[in-house]
Write a protein that binds this ligand. Structure first.
Ligand SMILES: NC(=O)c1ccc[n+]([C@@H]2O[C@H](COP(=O)([O-])OP(=O)(O)OC[C@H]3O[C@@H](n4cnc5c(N)ncnc54)[C@H](O)[C@@H]3O)[C@@H](O)[C@H]2O)c1
Ligand SMILES: O=C(O)[C@H](O)COP(=O)(O)O
Length: 409
């Protein structure tokens, strides 16, 4: 058989944003050695040039994979988001081109929960302000505005992986944990779900956000919501910058409605460590500002590298799309001595029948076949004898509705 599948060392991989070394090691250990590694994100125009000819791209939260970028991604097979959030990727545009997107849904959960827990303890004691004063030579030994976390109420908005883990940790400090979520959630520990966000805002001593960025969460906390909070409440956002109206937050701090805040994410974030951080929140001594480092621990980054590179390698090696965020999920067995073909098509009636008719016509024996669909896409995986694979690929490409057809091996 002449070789029509791509050798592993010909598969071009582009990693942006300084991924952990484990991301590279995991792929190299599986034979994928053609990796370009950049430490920064790229502006759209540069990315458009750079992505041409790339088969796999790995990013974190800063790289914007827009429709325009995907339109120029002539060889792209899959995207690895080496983080939780996938809002930086136009998932529909990727899907329309048959490009699978993976992420790491849990690997940095604990790191964010620990950071927020630490911030709660520091803010409730007024430590950031006292520390800032001490640095200026001001000795402010006083218990005014300084409290224990024990017995206080933590209000969590978004009770998902991070929110639940934080809730458990906060309970060990003796905090009462309430949460608001648009879904009815199984509560962990002694947490209580409240019916409305207004109720949560009005009853919490500390409010922390753990929602994703989407149309429903855009500016969900603004002047109206700050007005409903308790006088002297503490506010934390380590979710996404677009969730909070940052000018309204600055006003709530200026007016002393809030006793303090910790903010890790911003509506506009510097593209690299060389760019200045500009924000109306600079200069408040009672505000902890961190440069989007909620998930930036050695443990999280190492695990994310192994997890997401592992998913990319598995998709490349055997077609598994398990835990893809924009694609029908298929968990597939190994294909032994045969060849495996992948066929991604628009989910319209009759595609599988046409494939099977075409293979029958050409006497291509199907050893195994798997089909997964969602509202837009159909994903068929077919194992055939290696001698038939080249013809099978040619026939697959002719099926109406085909978005991508590939021979894995
Ligand atoms: N600062 C960081 O470095 C960092 C690290 C990891 C994750 N994040 C952000 O944190 C977010 C949450 O992470 P997660 O793993 O807990 O996600 P998750 O998907 O497990 O949980 C999100 C929860 O928010 C709820 N939700 C969605 N819309 C809501 C709304 N309008 N009101 C109330 N609840 C709503 C969902 O039902 C879900 O329970 C991520 O989407 C990501 O953007 C930031
Ligand atoms: O979505 C996430 O996991 C966090 O926002 C972390 O993003 P980062 O990898 O860019 O730090």
């Amino acid at each position: 058989m002449s070789k029509v599948s791509l050798a592993k060392d010909k598969i071009k991989i582009l990693f942006l944003e300084g991924l952990h070394q484990s991301s590279v090691d995991t792929l190299v250990a599986q034979g994928y050695t053609n990796i370009e590694f950049l430490t920064t994100s790229l502006p759209e125009e540069e990315l458009i040039e750079k992505i041409k000819g790339v088969h796999f791209i790995g990013i974190r939260s800063r790289s914007q994979l827009t429709e325009k970028v995907f339109a120029n991604a002539n060889k792209l097979i899959a995207v690895g988001c080496f983080c939780i959030g996938t809002n930086q990727v136009d998932l529909d545009a990727a899907k329309e081109k048959g490009i699978v997107v993976f992420n790491a849904p849990y690997s940095n959960t604990r790191s964010v929960a620990e950071l927020v827990l630490g911030e709660i303890l520091l803010l409730i004691r007024g430590v950031p302000e006292k520390s800032a004063k001490a640095h200026k030579g001001i000795w402010n030994k006083s218990a005014t505005g300084s409290f224990e976390a024990r017995g206080k109420t933590l209000g969590i908005i978004g009770y998902g992986h991070i929110g639940t883990q934080l809730g458990i940790l906060a309970e060990t400090l003796g905090m009462t944990v309430n949460f608001y979520d648009i879904e009815t959630k199984l509560t962990l520990g002694n947490a209580s779900q409240v019916a409305t966000m207004d109720e949560l805002l009005a009853t919490s001593d500390v409010i922390t956000l753990h929602v994703p960025e989407n149309a429903g969460t855009q500016d969900m906390i603004g002047a109206n919501q700050f007005a409903q909070m308790k006088q002297g409440a503490i506010f934390i956002n380590a979710s996404r910058g677009t969730v909070v109206d940052i000018d309204a937050l600055a006003k709530a701090l200026e007016s002393k409605k809030l006793a303090g805040a910790a903010i890790d994410v911003f509506p506009v974030e510097p593209k690299s460590n060389n760019e200045e951080f500009v924000s109306p929140l600079r200069g408040f001594d009672n505000v902890i500002l961190t440069p989007h480092v909620g998930g930036s621990t050695q443990e999280a980054q190492k695990n994310i590298g192994i997890e997401v590179s592992g998913k990319l390698a598995k998709y490349s090696d055997n077609g598994s799309t398990l835990s893809a965020v924009n694609f029908p999920e298929a968990s597939l067995p190994e294909f032994g001595g045969r060849s495996r073909l992948l066929h991604i098509h628009a989910n319209q009636p009759g595609v599988l029948t046409k494939i099977n008719e075409s293979f029958a016509k050409h006497n291509i024996n199907i050893a195994a076949q798997y089909l997964q669909t969602d509202d837009k896409l159909g994903y068929v995986v077919i194992d055939v004898e290696t001698d038939d694979s080249k013809l099978a690929l040619k026939e697959l490409k002719l099926i109406p509705g085909t978005i991508k057809a590939r021979l894995l091996h």
